[in-house]
Design a protein around this ligand. Structure first.
Ligand code: C2E
Ligand code: CA
Ligand code: CA
Length: 851
């Protein structure tokens, strides 16, 4: 029996040491499994969170997009409804000729704005005017909208007093649409007397077509925006109070899902590797334990197994890029893994015993405060900052576990690069890549923030809209690299002119917006504008060439002019437009009447479009005479506009509008055709000269248009002269030369108009194929006052002669003028003294008398 004892002891100790070894390994495996599960859970949580954020953000932008649309529609319907003319022609009496045929409130609303429906509902709620998709139709608004109207009509009329429009969402046969309505009132027109009936209501309907939604989505960065189908439950935006008008659906991007697709397989793979390793370890430890136990050293064997397991744990810990830490209850380090030294470059041994707060700082108070938050979730980590051995700030993500009240332990992962990359992306999304200035997105955020702080009259928010003058030629002549260089230089100069806390943003090619918050007086703003312009006007050295640009500035202020970002921007732009019109290189403060002027201009543009189509334009001809013998040699065609209400509008007023709106092409075609058709009937020795606008040179097919006018009328090209101004050459010299050479090949003559008002560069006269030059009438105007001008006229005539150009003097108003021109042997002349511009009949009479 005593012999058996050792055997029994052996058997029992054998079982227990193998179990011990296995037990500690299982614990370790358990721990690792825990770590992997934890990592997977955090990853899934993070991914969900990312996707949720994306969903919330895209929903936010969708709401913004819809609100922006509502606002713009309200503004548009307001513009049309609070207008004396509309009151006269759509309420007092319904006049489809004024509204539809003359396009005051007609098909352009469909072609330009895409409003499918347009209705006027009268005082007793009858639809009296309807335009569907640009066609005049007679259909009741309620019927077309599948909708009862009293609600929106009442609301629109309620807004008549305060001039506010109303909008609502409706559903037209399954498609959502936005309806805007406003009562038609006389606006500020003092000549209209209200007739006492309830006001009529103007209704615009904007149907949400796929194309429109796609464009709207594109503008706001919303993916695949479209009308939602009824079974879609997520990423939907309900239109109307309860979604009764339908909903919009979009597809938010899913960064979380992408993260999972990469992260989860990686974790799985690592887990598999660890399993394999553990299996191998288990096999070896069990075998080892058995051998050791067999030689009665049970205690030692379990210690060895433990040591092996610890060693492996250490290997795993040291193989990862993270470092492991432990602190005691007082927050002092008791353990730092070897990786600490490698990752941070600091010495772990000197940090043992030091406070964790001394090493790591957070944005949320001290680390020990964070660690002692009651019920802190152990899976939540925190970003900490420390300075590494080279004095650079590093960022680390710290996770921590409570050691049963004995302190904490956890891991620290270096995430400096990751965080910096994210910051860089954030920076790029808010800044302009070329100049590094804030972009529109950043500007919007900055403005929203400043406007939330409610600026006051004493502490206003000042917005400057700044646009470079003469920048385009830099790009065209010196190339885009030079253009970019100039933009960068200008950006730096602008940024140097403003204070800390203010903002300069680049919002377009050569457009900038500046926001100032610390200015108290108008004088201060003016002084700054002066400084800005002076600093931009300084030469920019591109290579060895000096380039000059300048700037115009428009100014709007909150709260005086507006309190909303979009309105401020619009007003600053309007003021900028005025500054440019005032001759550039200057600044203008926004004033209420500027807006009225722009609306007025828009109406004039509409009227002009109508005028060109419906024959309201007339041509007058002003004879040109040879000065030596008083013979008529030809006539200049001058366009006139007989406006049914405004009377005769002079070309100085409507030509610039035609140039800006693009109407100049059809206007000029009409002038060319009419002038050629008239002149072909004159005696053969008379020519006709036609003014061309400089914008026509840029628009391609000028040569073809002139060819066509010549061919259609059958006139001899030698009897046609084209008058162009110097601005043509200033804008694009090489392009202009090309066009002029081709024109010359057609056989027409070309003269330079208004010589003496621009740069009057001699080189142009020499380098371009001109046949004649016309001295601007301002020279003759000043003749009585200035001896100098006499000398100048003499010089110009001499110059013309030297270059074989026919010199014509414009604006001959007196017999003295004529005498002087004769004395200096000026070739030809034109002016009120000789003949005013005449209508076609009067001109033909004159020609037949002198024939
Ligand atoms: P412009 O080419 O310099 O035309 C001459 C202008 O001087 C005409 O004014 C004419 O009526 C006016 N004028 C003629 N003799 C005298 C005079 O003795 N004294 C004074 N004070 N003025 C005189 P209008 O017709 O008002 O035209 C103004 C400008 O409008 C023209 O200046 C021209 O630049 C532009 N314009 C006129 N018709 C056309 C056209 O068909 N196409 C284009 N693109 N521009 C046109
Ligand atoms: Ca002319
Ligand atoms: Ca002229």
């Amino acid at each position: 029996m005593p012999n058996n004892l050792p055997a029994v002891t052996c058997a029992s100790s054998n079982r227990s040491s193998v179990a011990l070894a296995r037990g500690s390994l299982f614990k370790f495996v358990g721990l690792l499994a825990g770590v992997f599960v934890l990592a997977s859970c955090s990853l899934i949580y993070l991914a969900r969170d990312l996707d949720r954020n994306e969903e919330v953000e895209s929903a936010f932008y969708t709401r913004k997009a819809v609100q922006a649309l509502e606002k713009s529609l309200r503004t548009t319907v307001k513009d049309y409804a609070f207008w004396g003319d509309a009151y006269r022609h759509l309420h007092v009496k319904v006049d489809p000729d004024w509204a539809f045929v003359r396009q005051n409130v007609g098909p352009t609303l469909y072609s330009d704005f895409g409003f499918q429906g347009l209705f006027v509902v009268d005082a007793v709620d009858h639809t009296v005017y309807s335009v569907i998709e640009g066609e005049l139709q007679s259909v009741a608004a309620g019927e077309w909208l599948h909708q009862a109207l009293p609600g929106i009509l009442a609301e629109a009329r309620a807004g008549a007093e305060t001039e506010t429009a109303t909008t609502t969402f409706v559903n037209i046969a399954g498609v959502p649409a936005l309806v805007a309505a406003a009562a038609i009132t006389p606006g500020t027109d003092p000549t209209v007397v209200p007739d006492g009936r309830p006001p009529s209501v103007l209704i615009f309907v904007d149907v949400f077509t796929d194309a429109k939604l796609a464009k709207m989505g594109e503008e706001f960065g919303i993916n695949q925006l479209r009308v939602a189908t009824p079974d879609e439950a997520t990423s939907v935006f309900a239109l109307g109070d309860d979604g009764s008008a339908g909903s919009l659906h979009w597809r938010p991007s899913t960064p979380g899902a992408r993260l999972l697709a990469v992260g989860l397989p990686l974790i799985g793979l690592s887990a598999l590797l660890v399993c394999l390793m553990t299996w191998a370890i288990l096999r070896r430890t069990t075998a080892g334990a058995r051998v050791l136990d067999a030689s009665f050293s049970t205690l030692k064997s379990s210690q060895d197994a433990l040591a092996t397991s610890e060693a492996r744990f250490r290997d795993v810990v040291e193989a990862s890029s993270d470092w492991v830490w432990e602190i005691d209850r007082g927050g002092r380090f008791t353990y730092l893994s070897d990786r600490f030294d490698a990752v941070t470059g600091l010495s772990g041994s000197t940090w043992i015993g030091e406070s964790i707060n001394a090493l790591l700082s957070t944005e949320l108070g001290t680390l020990t405060q964070w660690l002692s938050i009651p019920n802190r979730r152990p899976d939540i980590s925190i970003l900490c900052y420390f300075v590494d051995s080279q004095g650079r700030q590093r960022i680390t993500r710290l996770s921590a576990r409570d050691m049963a009240g004995q302190g904490f332990r956890g891991t620290a992962t270096d995430v400096t690069e990751e965080v910096e990359a994210r910051r860089r992306i954030e920076f790029l999304s808010q800044h302009d890549a070329l100049t590094g200035l804030p972009n529109r997105t950043r500007l919007q955020e900055f403005l929203d923030g400043k406007l939330k702080a409610v600026p006051t009259a004493e502490q206003p928010l000042v917005m400057l809209s700044l646009d470079l003058d003469r920048f385009k030629p830099v790009n065209d002549l010196l190339g885009h690299a030079a253009g970019d260089f100039v933009l960068n230089e200008v950006s730096t100069r602008l940024a140097d002119c403003i204070r800390n806390g203010d903002l300069v943003a680049r919002v377009g090619g050569d457009e900038f917006v500046l926001i100032l918050t610390d200015v108290s007086s108008q004088d201060e703003v003016e002084a700054l504008c002066q400084r800005l312009i002076e600093s931009i006007e300084g030469p920019v050295l591109v290579g060895d060439q000096e380039v000059f640009v300048s700037a115009s500035i428009g100014i709007a202020m909150a709260p005086n002019d507006a309190c909303e970002a979009a309105e401020l921007l619009r007003y600053a732009d309007i003021a900028l437009y005025e500054a440019k019109a005032a001759g550039r290189n200057t600044w203008r403060f926004y004033a209420g009447e500027m807006n009225t002027r722009i609306i007025e201009r828009r109406r004039l543009e509409n009227d002009l479009r109508f005028a060109i189509k419906h024959g309201e334009l007339k041509l007058h001809f002003q004879p040109r005479y040879r000065i030596a013998d008083g013979q008529m040699v030809g006539a200049e065609a001058l366009v006139r506009w007989q406006h049914p209400e405004r009377g005769l509008v002079p070309p100085d007023v409507f030509i610039p509008i035609a140039e800006e709106s693009g109407l100049i092409l059809s206007l000029s075609n009409w002038v060319l055709d009419t002038a050629c058709h008239c002149a072909v009937l004159w005696p053969e020795h008379l020519f006709v000269s036609v003014n061309l606008s400089s914008t026509e040179f840029k628009r391609g097919n000028l040569v073809e248009r002139i060819q066509k006018a010549l061919k259609d009328s059958g006139i001899d090209p030698g009897r046609v002269e084209l008058e162009i101004t110097e601005s043509v050459m200033l804008e694009d010299a090489s392009g202009a030369l090309e066009v002029m050479r081709t024109l010359k090949r057609l056989g027409v003559r070309i003269s330079m108009d208004d010589f003496g008002t621009g740069y009057s560069s001699l080189s142009y006269l020499r380098a371009f194929p001109f046949d004649g030059l016309k001295i601007d009438r301002s020279f003759l105007n000043r003749l009585d006052e200035s001896e100098d001008d006499k000398a100048i006229i003499r010089a110009i005539v001499g110059l013309g002669r030297a270059l074989s150009l026919t010199v014509t003097a414009e604006g001959i108003e007196t017999a003295e003028h004529l005498k002087l021109l004769k004395a200096v042997s000026c070739d030809e002349g034109q002016g009120y003294y000789l003949s005013r511009p005449l209508d076609v009949d009067a001109f033909n009479d004159l020609v037949s008398v002198s024939a």
